[in-house]
Write a protein that binds this ligand. Structure first.
Ligand code: HAS
Length: 542
């Protein structure tokens, strides 16, 4: 890798992990508060802490890591190094996002933006928090344009050729992000900023929540798709196999692009103000977006089995023994995959209207996203870090670092088993999410919940130790002996059929996305605007 590209990628990754550390401290404290073990000192508020935790871990860690990773994929597969325009846009994007993140974090630490990571109305933050968000979003757009530029130039220079799978996936991921962030940009610019500066008195809460979830759901697939990039393209190489099918992988990414966005209402199933038909339609589309995940599961099993059999595995499950269990580059993402099976099943429960009535706003939902984003995605990102950082820094992944990585993964899995397991269970008993009341004045239900909250705190403490180990590992990876580490990109199996060219007809896919979005959102959004009586003044949270 060109040193200048490595610097850009590593800067993103280090920034991401610093956010993970600070977010992890907030997570530990709030787990201990809910377990009834400590009271927060120095006037720190529970919701303030919860905001810091969610923003830094779910929004900042992921976005910086992903952009760094996507740039590395572009450098690797689209010509061997970044073009100056792409690299400069990458830096410009990074600087905007970093400035926005710092400003937002200061606002949260000053208790002027205690609005949780979902930040929709009626809770109102200082206007500077929303200005900070503008910097983050605009910065991410610049980085996105840099990536698209690199891809376009490659295609112009390789007329008639299929683009590399990894680059294609990076483009879909970024395209989805760009289309999704239009929703949050409209919310922030047209609603939250004028309202928080006091230029208008009231805000349409329903519209603000809807614009947020228009963005908020594809956001979770923006986290997931880079993990899928690793599962589809890197894992086959690491296990000594090949990609099962290039066309299947591309189709699954295109399906994500189409169906990730028009599904935000499945976060609003319990809200009045949206008629049942539109909720129903978006739930149908939600079940459509499950299909590419099922395709991914199928493709992974096929990859494992085919590569195992090629190495001589016999019987139905003989391939299991052929997997490289002692290699952290495989082990960490694999634990992520394994966890994604119950995590995805939980998602299907959430999306089912009647069952959503049972779990909505309970700790079950918190349990769900700690399995999806905080385990399947996070462990895959950690698994990527073990080869990406040394590959970029010109270092070797030593056996000791490999060992530490395996220990880190196991610690994470154990901590999450306790934490997310008890969240799921106690959620079914009705324990609410996002509340500072822990003992509920010795109410009988709360007494029943408390042992689970204590188990959550214990799991959270183990997870915090795992965060510390991961941070140590990151910096240790930059100080291992100089040498070569492979950036693993697998080839496609020779049995696969040729990939149809249709997948790179972006005009077709973007038009279809627009049609689906208009179909799912036009009428309900017009209803929300027409029925905006009388608006809300909101709650100032500082
Ligand atoms: Fe979700 C709430 C529905 C996936 C994240 N979700 C959330 C929230 C977050 C989140 C952060 O319908 C909370 C937001 C908030 O703060 O309020 N979710 C779904 C559905 C899916 C889903 C249907 N979610 C995710 C992913 C996330 C994520 C992925 C992050 C990365 N979710 C919901 C709903 C709500 C919700 C409702 C609102 C709840 C409420 O009321 O508030 C699906 O995409 C899941 C499909 C997944 C599968 C699994 C496929 C399995 C694979 C692994 C194969 C494993 C192998 C390993 C090969 C069908 C690919 C080998 C194994 C061996 C045994 C050898």
């Amino acid at each position: 890798f060109d040193r200048r590209d490595s610097r850009l990628v590593i800067t993103h990754i280090v920034f991401a992990f610093i956010a993970l550390l600070i977010g992890g401290i907030a997570g530990l404290l709030q787990g201990l508060v809910r377990g009834g073990m400590i009271q927060l000192p120095a006037g720190i508020g529970y919701y303030q802490l919860l905001t810091a935790h969610g923003v830094l871990m779910a929004l900042v860690f992921t976005t910086f890591f992903i952009i760094g990773f996507l740039y590395s994929a572009a450098a690797k597969t689209l010509g061997g190094k970044l073009l100056p325009v792409a690299r400069n846009l990458g830096w410009l994007g990074f600087m905007h996002m970093a400035f926005g993140t710092l400003l937002a974090t200061v606002m949260i630490l000053l208790n002027k933006a205690t609005v949780l990571y979902t930040f929709y109305a009626p809770m109102k933050a200082s206007p500077f928090f929303y200005v900070a968000l503008v910097f983050v979003v605009v910065g991410s757009w610049m980085s996105g344009f840099g990536l698209f530029y690199q891809y376009r130039v490659w295609r112009r220079e390789h007329k008639g050729k299929l683009s590399p799978l990894l680059a294609f996936m990076a483009v879909v991921t970024m395209l989805m992000w760009q289309i999704a962030t239009i929703g949050v940009a409209l919310e922030v610019l047209l609603q939250l900023i004028p309202w928080s500066f006091g230029w208008v008195e009231t805000i349409n809460v329903m519209l603000s929540r809807t614009l947020f979830w228009y963005f908020g759901h594809p956001l979770v697939y923006f986290w997931l798709l880079p993990a899928y990039m690793c599962w589809y393209v890197m894992i086959p190489k690491i296990i000594g196999g090949k990609i099962f099918s290039d066309a299947l992988a591309r189709l699954s990414f295109i399906l994500f692009l189409l169906f990730s966005i028009p599904v935000g209402f499945h976060h609003q199933l319990m809200e009045p103000g949206i008629s049942p038909f539109w909720k129903y339609l978006q739930v149908v589309l939600t079940f459509m977006v499950v299909i590419p995940s099922l395709m991914t599961a199928f493709s992974l099993f096929a990859t494992f089995e085919i590569s195992g059999r090629e190495k001589g595995a016999k019987g139905l499950f003989g391939w299991w023994k052929m997997l490289p269990w002692k290699d952290v580059r495989f082990f960490a993402p694999f634990v992520g995959m394994l966890v994604f099976i119950p995590a995805g099943a939980g998602g299907l429960i959430n999306a089912s209207n009647q069952m959503n009535a049972v779990v909505h706003n309970t700790l079950w939902v918190t349990g769900h996203f700690h399995l999806t984003v905080a385990t399947s995605v996070a462990l895959t990102f950690f698994g990527i870090t073990y080869w990406l950082v040394p590959a970029m820094a010109g270092r070797t992944l030593t056996p000791r670092m490999n060992q530490l990585g395996i220990i880190q993964t196991i610690l994470w899995a154990i901590g999450m088993f306790f934490m997310s397991g008890s969240m799921h269970t106690v959620g079914l008993f009705g324990s609410p999410r996002r509340t500072a009341y822990t003992t509920y004045g010795e109410h009988p239900d709360a007494v029943f919940w408390m042992p689970y909250h204590v188990a959550m705190a214990i799991g959270g403490t183990i997870l915090f130790v795992a965060v510390l180990l991961m941070i140590y590992n990151l910096f240790a990876l930059m100080r291992t002996p100089q040498g070569y580490t492979e950036y693993p990109v697998a080839e496609v199996t020779e049995h696969a059929e040729a990939t149809p060219r249709l997948f790179e007809r972006w005009g077709v896919w973007i038009s279809l996305v627009v049609v689906l979005i208009l179909l799912a959102y036009t009428v309900p959004v017009m209803d929300m605007i027409r029925h905006d009586v009388p608006g809300s003044k909101g709650f100032v949270t500082w």
